[in-house]
Design a protein around this ligand. Structure first.
Ligand SMILES: NC(=O)c1ccc[n+]([C@@H]2O[C@H](COP(=O)([O-])OP(=O)(O)OC[C@H]3O[C@@H](n4cnc5c(N)ncnc54)[C@H](OP(=O)(O)O)[C@@H]3O)[C@@H](O)[C@H]2O)c1
Length: 377
């Protein structure tokens, strides 16, 4: 009963994914069968946490489109800048049952799950909106632990986690928080699928306003660091929805990118200037600039602990400017674009062309914005 968003192309890509060299973390034994495998989508109940996020809302709508019974969990005020009321969420997620719960309070989450027919599967797209140290542990770890406990308490069979490919080389606090939860999820109690996507379109749209207003595209180093296979919200949502029913993805860690070759910042700049019909103008900055700023913030954070978070945001910026979002080959000590599975059909080129025509609505970074670009609030 697996639905397909992209027909034959997707099936072929799934085969490619299945054949790709799995990262070391994915070698757990597979569960033979999902307990709800013989039910039709209309009989399967799926609870989605983080249902109001950039990816979560697409996951809810994709599951609804496939005919599942979807419970979308929200807080009373949600979205970037907490501007959405529950009635806005109900409108945006039409077809899902919207429930209000506090995922940071285990008792409240269990109350929410037990007030509704128990879900067969839980999908968590929860994530800290800032990526800050305390909030990452509170949300990416603690709230997910609450979700897992609540899922087990009501007898859910399967847990799908939206994680990130960057956790394979952790140096940031939010990555450690995610990994700590991944480890708990893999202990058992439910079967699981851990989805580790590459870069989202919104994360590569940070320089759209600069280019549109005649400023240069800025990269660090030689513009060849930090390659990725960007994936759209709709394609990733489709991949995640597949994980609810696809037994080949049970008890697997699943790195996943969008279609096509890996793109470096140089490639991305080229596509962006082309989309806006402008002459290329780029500026390469030494990585050392960021190291200097981070070093100063680290020093200042000793007498002024309030600056610890600012130093962490600097490290996040540096990480994304210098590390690729591709599968890491531990043996070779390098990122491997060919081993990074592809899925879907939405390309960054088509996305930039659309943004040039229609603007950036829906691609705001909110509190994740580093250097205040594309904040959207
Ligand atoms: N950006 C990238 O390129 C990229 C690439 C790969 C993987 N990822 C990973 O993908 C995941 C999801 O990203 P996203 O962009 O969809 O995230 P997002 O838009 O920031 O959404 C986060 C979701 O978590 C909820 N949430 C956060 N804090 C909460 C709290 N204290 N209580 C209740 N709910 C809370 C938010 O609810 P509200 O609406 O109520 O705030 C929202 O629904 C993250 O784990 C990220 O690391 C990102």
């Amino acid at each position: 009963m697996t639905s397909t968003r992209h027909g034959t192309r997707r099936s072929l890509l799934s085969l490619a994914t299945a054949g790709a060299a799995p990262p070391p973390a994915s070698r757990e034994p597979h569960a033979a069968k999902l307990s709800y495998a013989d039910l039709s989508p209309a009989e399967v109940r799926v609870a989605v946490l983080g249902a109001t996020g950039y990816i979560g809302r697409f996951v809810v709508l994709e599951l609804v489109k496939r005919g599942f019974q979807v419970l979308a969990v929200t807080r009373p005020s949600s979205g970037i800048g907490s501007k959405q009321k529950v009635s806005d969420v109900e409108k945006a997620l039409e077809g899902a049952t919207v429930a209000v719960a506090d995922v940071t309070d285990p008792a409240d989450l269990e109350r929410c799950f037990s007030e509704h027919p128990a879900p067969h599967a839980v999908v968590s797209c929860l994530a800290s909106r800032t990526g800050g140290i305390a909030d990452s542990w509170a949300v990416d770890h603690d709230a997910n632990v609450n979700a897992l406990r609540a899922a087990r308490a009501v007898g859910a069979a399967h847990f799908v986690l939206l994680s990130a490919i960057c956790v394979q080389r952790p140096s940031l606090e939010f990555q450690r928080a995610k990994l700590a939860f991944e480890a708990k999820l893999r202990e058992g109690g439910t079967s699981w699928s851990i989805v580790r996507p590459t870069a989202f379109f919104k994360s590569l749209a940070g320089q759209v306003e600069l280019v549109a207003t005649g400023k240069p595209y800025v990269w660090f180093g030689d513009g060849r660091l930090a390659a990725c296979k960007p994936i759209s919200e709709a394609d990733l949502a489709s991949y995640i929805a597949d994980c609810v029913t696809d037994e080949a993805r049970v008890n697997r860690v699943l790195p996943i990118g969008g279609p096509g070759r890996a793109l470096t910042p140089r490639d991305q700049a080229q596509l962006l200037f082309k989309a806006f019909g402008k002459k290329e103008w780029t500026l390469g900055l030494p990585v050392g600039i960021m190291d200097g700023v981070i070093g100063i913030l680290d020093l200042l954070a000793k007498p002024f602990p309030g600056l610890k978070e600012a130093a962490e945001f600097g490290r996040i910026g540096r990480y994304y400017a210098t590390e690729s979002m591709l599968v890491w080959d531990e043996k070779e000590g390098r990122y491997d674009a060919d081993a990074t599975p592809e899925y879907g059909s939405d390309t960054l080129e088509a996305f930039f062309n659309r943004v040039a025509r229609e603007g950036l609505a829906g691609q705001e970074l909110g509190d994740q914005a580093v250097f205040n670009i594309n904040r959207g609030t």
